[in-house]
Design a protein around this ligand. Structure first.
Ligand SMILES: O=C(O)c1ccccc1NCC(=O)[C@H](O)[C@H](O)COP(=O)(O)O
Length: 231
């Protein structure tokens, strides 16, 4: 059994990544809230309001301060495509969604100096196969195309059983919000949590895709880490 995915046993706080940042002001809000990582999505073959071009991704991630991890989130169809984008964007880490095989992900890891976070479908039967080439696994609720940002939770009890057997750090994702993240952490005991839609701005009852709400981001980080929200 792994220790890295049981934050309560070692007293360490759950790490928090806020994903799908598209604007410098939102990046600042995420950093100010105390998140450990900022995710910027680029070059994904799905329709999402959280995608930005490679140059914007590079600019946004260049503004992430020291001691916070800037993560490029992408869905490459080949190893070469991923390497090219990473060279352009220059992130601290890369998160890969989509169809690369464990062998291809291993090859990608050898080509990069950055850590590779591998996104896997929480409902899949072969999650453990991806642990070897991954520096961390992001266990997510994915859509039919393999993309994230669904805003949907999955079976946390099943994920807890998988996490308990893995030595690689696991990041729990999918439908997390300030209201449910503490229960998710308690149930799954992951190394970290990740959120995209659950901290977006709401206007007239509708979520504004791609725009974060600073107060909701603060509430999320506080709930995930059990810190007090500063007044
Ligand atoms: O957010 C997207 O639109 C997206 C599209 C394609 C690939 C990945 C994407 N998001 C990656 C993330 O890390 C999300 O934070 C994660 O899937 C959780 O999203 P949510 O359920 O909205 O919190």
């Amino acid at each position: 059994m792994s220790d890295v995915n049981r934050p309560d046993s070692g007293g360490s706080a759950t790490r928090v990544k806020v994903c799908g940042v598209t604007r410098a002001a939102d990046r600042e809000a995420v950093v100010t809230a105390g998140a450990d990582a900022v995710g910027v999505i680029s070059d994904v073959p799905v329709d999402t309001p959280r995608e930005v071009g490679a140059d914007t991704a590079a600019d946004l991630l260049a503004g992430v301060p020291p001691l916070v991890t800037g993560v490029l989130v992408t869905m490459p169809s080949t190893v070469e495509e991923a390497v090219d984008l990473v060279e352009t964007v220059d992130p601290d880490a890369v998160q890969v969604h989509g169809g690369l095989s464990p062998g291809e992900l291993g090859a990608l890891g050898h080509r990069l100096s950055q850590d590779v976070i591998v996104a896997v479908d929480a409902a899949a039967d072969d999650i453990a196969d991806y642990a070897d080439p991954a520096d961390a696994l992001l266990v997510d609720s994915v859509d039919a195309a393999g993309g994230g940002g669904t805003g949907e939770t999955h079976d946390w009890e099943r994920t807890r059983e998988i996490v308990a057997d893995l030595d690689v750090p696991v990041v729990l994702a999918g439908g997390l919000t300030p209201d449910n993240v503490a229960a998710a952490v308690e149930t799954v005991r992951p190394f970290g949590v990740d959120v995209a839609t659950g901290v977006e701005r709401v206007e007239d009852g509708d979520r504004v895709g791609g725009e974060k709400d600073p107060e909701t981001v603060r509430e999320f980080v506080a709930a995930a880490t059990r810190r007090e929200v500063a007044a």
